[in-house]
Ligand binder design. Structure first.
Ligand SMILES: [Zn+2]
Length: 306
């Protein structure tokens, strides 16, 4: 191949969420074009650097869109007022908001056709669920978006994110409006396998009048480790969590909150509180979940003694 086999592609700097979509879109297009793609992806500020080190068959040229992005697209992310309003699910967030310092303000989000087209391909890697929010007499629904932004990851592992079927796992969370960390614990608990990659940022977006976003970076590390420590000792953990989600749907959020407390702060006294809470909550409605309960107890003890 005339261009050689190593490529570096920097995403255009549209801010983290949209650049994440573009990064997924680029890798997805590579997976569609080649039988084998190797290399790694690192997050640098709010852009991704995609290092492609080996593609096979090597005589197949880069797809046109990828080539275009690689050659001339590094500064596209600057808002210039030209281009068109993004019609992506989140780009960020319906193409209507822009982050100004810590705040978001309404503004048409203009991007070019190329960025929109590639980002659309990345939508298969994000999750969305509908959440019910009750306030006094009113009941509203809003959309919650889950975007995994890897800090560093090998390109082939990106495929396993698609394989996680984030969308389906989110359905287990039902339509309950969980606090962020609790939502995160539940989500990780029902995933079929651990998330790939070294470190992760988790973004949650909500829309309808008010917009919130959360980048759960280092705060999530403990929860991540907690879930995989407990699941190793207590394989029924996913089922237990599903039962707890059903309790939450009926209005009893407390057992999940207590469990999240232990995950965030490994402490024996918090573990005892959680176990007591779980036992009494499950006794009436989910007695079968108590059968192997001592294993959960052991798992929590182990977590607290790490
Ligand atoms: Zn662009």
């Amino acid at each position: 191949m005339s261009e050689g086999k190593n490529y570096v592609l920097i995403t255009p700097g549209h801010e983290l969420v949209l650049d994440t979509l573009i990064m997924y879109g680029v890798t997805d297009e590579l997976f569609r074009t080649y039988a084998w793609v190797d290399g790694n992806i690192t997050l640098q500020g709010e852009r991704f650097a995609i290092h492609i080190t080996n593609i096979r068959p090597s005589d197949v040229p880069l797809p046109e869109e990828i080539k275009e992005m690689k050659d001339s697209h590094i500064f596209c992310g600057k808002r210039t007022g030209s281009g068109k309003t993004a019609r992506l699910e989140i780009s960020p967030t319906r193409g209507k908001f822009e982050r100004v310092g810590p705040k978001w303000q309404q503004k048409q989000y203009k991007i070019c056709d190329l960025c929109e087209s590639i980002a659309k391909k990345g939508e298969a890697y994000i999750g969305k669920r509908e959440v019910i929010v009750k306030s006094r007499e009113k009941k509203n629904t809003l959309d919650e978006y889950w975007v995994l932004s890897p800090v560093e990851i090998q390109i082939p592992l990106i495929l396993s994110i698609k394989g996680l079927k984030i969308f389906e796992c989110l359905r287990t969370l039902k339509k309950v409006n969980f606090p962020h960390m609790l939502s995160f614990l539940t989500f990780l608990s029902v995933l079929p396998s651990p998330l790939p990659g070294n470190s992760w940022l988790f973004s949650i977006y909500r829309k309808k009048r008010r917009l919130e976003s959360a980048y759960i970076g280092s705060r999530a590390d403990n929860i991540h480790r907690f879930v995989w420590t407990v699941r190793r000792e207590y394989p029924q953990f996913s089922r237990l969590i599903k039962a707890l989600v059903e309790l939450a749907e009926e209005g009893n959020l407390d057992p999940l909150i207590k469990l999240t407390d232990v995950a965030m702060t490994p402490s024996l006294s918090l573990a005892y509180i959680a176990i007591r809470k779980l036992r009494s909550a499950l006794e009436d409605t989910y007695p079968s979940e108590l059968r192997e309960f001592n294993r959960l107890g052991k798992a929590l003890m182990k977590w607290c003694q790490v």
